[in-house]
Design a protein around this ligand. Structure first.
Ligand SMILES: NC(=O)c1ccc[n+]([C@@H]2O[C@H](COP(=O)([O-])OP(=O)(O)OC[C@H]3O[C@@H](n4cnc5c(N)ncnc54)[C@H](OP(=O)(O)O)[C@@H]3O)[C@@H](O)[C@H]2O)c1
Length: 299
């Protein structure tokens, strides 16, 4: 299979390139920095600097769309919100337009989204049928998903990855948290009652490959472990995994002052279940946080 990936140089994309290459698939990464693709994604991975280079001779069987500016790195000013939107929605729209124009259409578009789709929800258990929220993260995900779903009008299969917090020791939330926890500076955030719906990177990759191969898979899938935890539980688990106490609490007001609306990502949360993956019999290697952290921290 020949797979085109956007955002392939990112944390998840790099892992995906390695997993696809390892099973013999051919991979091309669309990147704004094509010269770094071999180093980041593997020497066998092709780089594409622009969709204009998708010529009629090129044939992709599948597209995996993960491009997007990092969501938590900068304050959500109006300008930043537009950058976050454009880097996901506009990139997806261009991709869909290209699919419409191309002679050999791919069979499937697998496109990113996040559990932020559901908005902030204190306690309800959410599955793929739950309603979308109304905050900025939710409206971003709704627009991103809508742009991707239009490929179904061209008879291209569409799968949406409503992704939780991907735990990986190479980047993302775990890498950010690890050093303070290892220095016994681990802290609960606010009252610690907010839900964290996480997934081990290995389960994430297996889920994406499963949804890629299963031609009957369509629509949204929650990519989260079946056992979400509260922030207080996450703090306890990570503290135990690194054998250091986590005695501190970062008050909610301080996070709000420092981060503005973005603090919702840390102080709010949602209890999301991977109902559709479980229904189709997907096996999670790391269903609980203790085993996931033990594996990631050991390696
Ligand atoms: N990691 C998580 O826990 C998590 C959770 C939920 C959802 N997600 C979503 O899943 C996707 C992949 O996550 P990740 O953690 O791998 O992200 P990442 O490490 O930040 O990588 C994202 C990639 O997107 C591309 N990109 C960034 N800004 C862009 C722009 N303005 N225009 C076009 N491309 C741009 C970059 O590729 P180039 O520099 O090569 O162009 C970058 O390598 C993201 O969209 C993210 O929102 C991630």
């Amino acid at each position: 299979m020949h797979v085109l990936i956007t955002g392939g140089t990112g944390l998840i994309g790099r892992r995906l390139c390695a997993a696809l290459s390892a099973r013999g698939d051919s991979v091309t990464v669309l990147s704004r920095r094509p010269q770094s693709v071999p180093k980041l994604c593997g020497t066998g991975v092709n780089a594409m600097a622009s969709l204009d280079h998708w010529t009629s001779e090129l044939r992709f069987d599948a597209l995996i769309n993960l491009a997007g500016e990092p969501i938590i790195d900068a304050r959500w000013t109006k300008t930043r919100q537009q950058v976050l939107l454009d880097s996901r929605v506009a990139v997806t729209e261009k991709l869909v337009k290209k699919i419409a124009q191309t002679k050999h259409q791919p069979q499937v578009l697998i496109s990113g989204s996040a559990i932020g789709y559901y908005g902030i929800d204190a306690d309800q258990t959410l599955n793929e049928e739950s309603n979308s929220g109304h905050d900025f993260s939710a409206s971003l995900c709704v627009a991103w998903e809508k742009a991707a779903q239009t490929v179904t009008e061209m008879d291209v299969r569409s799968v949406i990855l409503r992704t939780g917090l991907v735990l990986d020791n190479d980047g993302g939330i775990l890498k950010k948290m690890l050093l303070p926890f290892q220095c016994a500076l681990g802290s609960r955030l606010g009252d610690g009652r907010q839900w964290m719906s996480w997934i081990h990177c290995e389960d994430y990759l297996n889920a994406v490959l499963t949804l890629l191969d299963d031609t009957s898979a369509t629509g949204p899938y929650n990519l989260t472990a079946p056992q979400p935890v509260t922030n207080a539980d996450f703090t306890r688990c990570l503290s135990r995994a690194v054998h250091r106490p986590a005695l501190f609490v970062i008050p909610a007001w301080l996070l709000r002052l420092a981060m503005g609306e973005r603090s919702d990502l840390l102080l709010g949360g949602q209890r999301v279940l991977p109902t559709r993956l479980l229904t189709r019999g997907f096996h999670f290697h790391y269903p609980d946080l203790t085993s996931a952290l033990a594996n990631l921290i050991e390696h």
